[in-house]
Design a protein around this ligand. Structure first.
Ligand code: TGC
Ligand code: FAD
Length: 387
């Protein structure tokens, strides 16, 4: 957070190393990402391969994992990097989250030694891009209903089915695909060059345009026995990965919110209405104050959850508290900032409506707000209300 918006001195809770990683990531976001984002968002195209290599060179891919070329940094450092990248654009943070927290994490946590050595160093360097296929056209919030299946043919596996809304899909070198088997849900490491695999890009998105989103189609995809992730059994495998990516979003969403608020504070200081600056009106100050309070609370919550994760005690329902609150507040902040910019707020010259539009996706992916309310509701009452 910049000094002016850090009202409660959150920075005093951060280590020197965390501050340094934040500064490096912020510089990269400001110099390399921010200037191009209006164009990438408008044209809905990003130089994904180039970006992956640059992010890899900075050590930002799988940065919270250890070994295999990964940086081995702590969760708060990882969260702060997500925050700075999402201050540029949520789609950029998705590139980083899906690569590090979903595709790489699945292999790191559940993979064989052979799978780890084959993929992780290249993925950490950004030389190979990964995607994570859990959602299907008819099963998003309820992945346990998935239809994609894997059956044995001798020692081989044959995969059939489709996945929907898959980030990085069309640019990926490797897809981690979750499928139903006779032995329950299992994960498979699928090189995207395998015959029968295709990943058409989803077009005409009005949100997260600076991000590749795709369908995955698997038609008799034949894989060797060694393609299965040996240590992931049942739905807890993919859901365990989601905890990692959701954690990054708790920080990331506050980055988008901060960027909106910085823009609104600066705009209100310059814009003259009825012969004085917009920022001198009480109504404007009340909006700015309320938003700054929510931003500071959200960042504090993120750092607190990061410290729990460091100790190894972070529980899934605590991740839900962070994801629900911080994304919900971020989208509210983005929309309120848009009112301060008024007509200019709908222009791509300013980042505010781009963030608000992106946050519609962030509100939905990695568990909708309703799913997180139900996770918290279950923790409070002991009763599952999903079914
Ligand atoms: P349920 O019966 O509760 O659980 C099945 C098994 O999973 C375990 N489990 C978890 N394990 C680790 N972490 C969690 N958060 C877990 N939640 C549940 C559970 O203990 C059980 O284990 P076991 O050993 O007894 O079998 O499962 P359910 O079918 O009732 O579903 C629960 C629910 C609805 C919470 C879950 O399905 C869910 O989270 N749904 C939302 C799906 C979702 O978030 N998809 C995201 C796809 S990836 C994505 O969106 C990427 S966006 C791009 C980006 O990140 O930038
Ligand atoms: P549905 O599950 O159909 O939900 C529809 C509505 O019903 C929602 O409001 C939901 O909250 C509500 N609802 C659902 N269940 C209940 C219930 N039990 N009680 C009350 N209300 C309920 N997925 C991946 O696997 N990998 C990716 O990389 C990925 N990237 C994505 C990128 C983008 C840009 C987007 C938009 C999505 C991405 N997703 C990805 C998919 C995302 O995870 C799903 O969209 C999300 O889980 C919700 O599923 P759904 O869209 O099918 O909604």
């Amino acid at each position: 957070m910049t000094v002016s918006l850090d009202l409660v001195d959150v920075d005093s809770l951060l280590t020197e190393e965390e501050l340094a990683i934040r500064a490096t990531t912020r510089r990269f976001a400001d110099e390399r990402l921010r200037p191009s984002l209006p164009e990438w968002f408008e044209s809905a195209t990003i130089p994904a391969r180039e970006l992956a290599k640059e992010l890899g060179a900075l050590g930002l891919l799988g940065m919270h994992l250890t070994g295999y070329g990964c940086a081995g940094l702590g969760p708060v450092a990882y969260g702060l990097a997500c925050l700075e990248i999402e201050a540029a654009d949520s789609g950029m943070r998705s590139l980083v989250s899906v690569q590090g927290s979903l595709a790489m994490y699945s292999i790191w946590k559940y993979g064989s030694e052979e799978q780890k050595t084959e993929w992780l160093p290249r993925m950490a360097a950004g030389e190979a891009i990964g995607c994570f296929g859990l959602t299907e056209p008819d099963f998003g919030s309820n992945p346990g209903g998935m239809r994609t299946n894997a059956r044995r043919d001798g020692d081989d596996w044959i995969l059939n089915g489709s996945k929907m809304w898959i980030t990085n899909g069309s640019v990926a070198d490797v897809a981690v695909v979750w499928a139903r088997t006779d032995d329950g849900v299992r994960g498979f490491v699928v090189p995207t060059s395998t015959a029968g695999f295709s990943a058409p890009e989803i077009t005409r998105k009005l949100s997260l345009r600076a991000s590749v989103t795709s369908e995955l189609i698997l038609t008799d995809v034949r894989l060797p026995a060694s393609a299965m992730l040996p240590e992931a059994r049942g739905l807890s495998g993919p859901l365990g990965c989601l905890n990692e990516a959701r954690f990054g979003i708790i920080f990331g969403a506050m980055g988008a919110a901060r960027d909106c608020l910085e823009t609104a504070v600066s705009y209100a200081g310059e814009r003259q209405v009825f012969d004085k600056p917009l920022s001198a009106y009480q109504l404007t100050q009340a909006k700015l104050a309320d938003m700054a309070v929510e931003l500071n609370k959200g960042v504090l919550l993120a750092v607190h959850l990061g410290r729990l994760k460091e100790k190894g005690s972070l529980r899934p329902e605590q991740v839900s508290v962070g994801k629900l609150n911080n994304v919900r507040e971020a989208i509210a902040i983005a929309r309120e900032c848009r009112t301060i910019l008024a007509a200019n707020g709908i222009s791509g010259e300013y980042p505010v409506l781009r963030h608000a539009n992106n946050l519609e996706s962030v509100l939905t992916y990695e568990g909708t707000s309703e799913v997180h309310q139900l996770v918290i509701g279950q923790a409070l009452t002991g009763q599952s209300a999903f079914r």
